[in-house]
Design a protein around this ligand. Structure first.
Ligand code: 5RP
Length: 235
């Protein structure tokens, strides 16, 4: 049976595909919504659409390669026209939480290189107040416990409290990202001051990047069984 949330993500991905124009340089996100987008993009490429993609993870690279989508890197193609990615949460100011798929560092680098970030997701993802999804923070493996304690302290100063745990893989080992870092999942619940928290986290030496995407998304596409809604810039 089709999972309704997954069906909604596919609808959102299909709508995001309408933003793609021939010749675009595209950032390809990571996760189930992005995988739908890449699959649909692959169909268009097979029909003759000319684009080039920069994947945000090894997973996405493999999927895109299997679909013969021409790929590049940010070194060869440092400026992108559009990135389509998923979101774990978003709020009315289009501030996102991302990183559920542990790809937040490359996702943020690619988003920052893009003229436009379009996020797609199932409607259930929108929450107010934000904080249902643990905030992922990507950290260096060196000094992991020390950095974790800094994250707890700094987050407390930004009004956040809750468990901060190292993400484990399916075998119970510390999950290691494509960039060879660890992920701390921070169960803060609502985040009263996302900008302040982002500043605080960025100031911790062992923090590589965090999953608060602030000021990056121009458009969010939300879908459910009733249809698709585009929030933010339409063009
Ligand atoms: C991966 C991400 C994903 O975009 C986010 O977790 C949403 O995933 P999905 O589309 O599967 O709901 O940030 O690091």
């Amino acid at each position: 049976m089709t999972d309704p949330a997954d069906a909604a993500k596919r609808l959102a991905a299909a709508r995001a595909l309408e933003f793609v124009r021939p010749g675009m340089r595209l950032g390809l996100g990571t996760g189930s919504t992005a995988a739908h987008f890449v699959a649909l993009l692959g169909e268009r490429v097979a029909q003759g659409l000319k684009v080039v993609g920069v994947p945000t993870s090894e997973r996405t690279r493999e999927q895109a390669l299997s679909l013969n989508i021409p790929l590049s890197t940010l070194d060869e193609t440092p400026e992108l026209d559009l990135t389509v990615d998923g979101a774990d949460e978003f709020d009315p100011m289009l501030r996102l939480i991302k990183g559920g798929g542990a790809a937040l560092l490359r996702e943020k680098i690619v988003a920052a290189a893009s003229a436009r970030l379009v996020g797609g997701t199932a409607r259930a993802t929108q929450v107010a107040p934000r904080g249902r999804f643990p905030l992922p923070v990507e950290v260096d493996l060196f000094g992991l416990e020390s950095t974790r304690r800094h994250v707890v302290r700094i987050s407390g100063e930004a009004g956040c409290s809750g468990f901060v745990v190292v993400r484990l893989d399916a075998h119970g080992h510390v999950l290691v990202t494509d960039g060879c870092h660890a992920i701390l999942d921070c169960s803060f619940g609502a985040i009263p001051d996302p900008e302040g928290l982002a500043r605080g986290l960025n100031a911790i030496p062992g923090v590589v990047e965090h999953g608060l995407f602030i000021g990056l998304a121009k458009t969010i596409i939300v879908a459910d069984a009733a249809g698709v809604e585009v929030i933010g810039d339409l063009i």
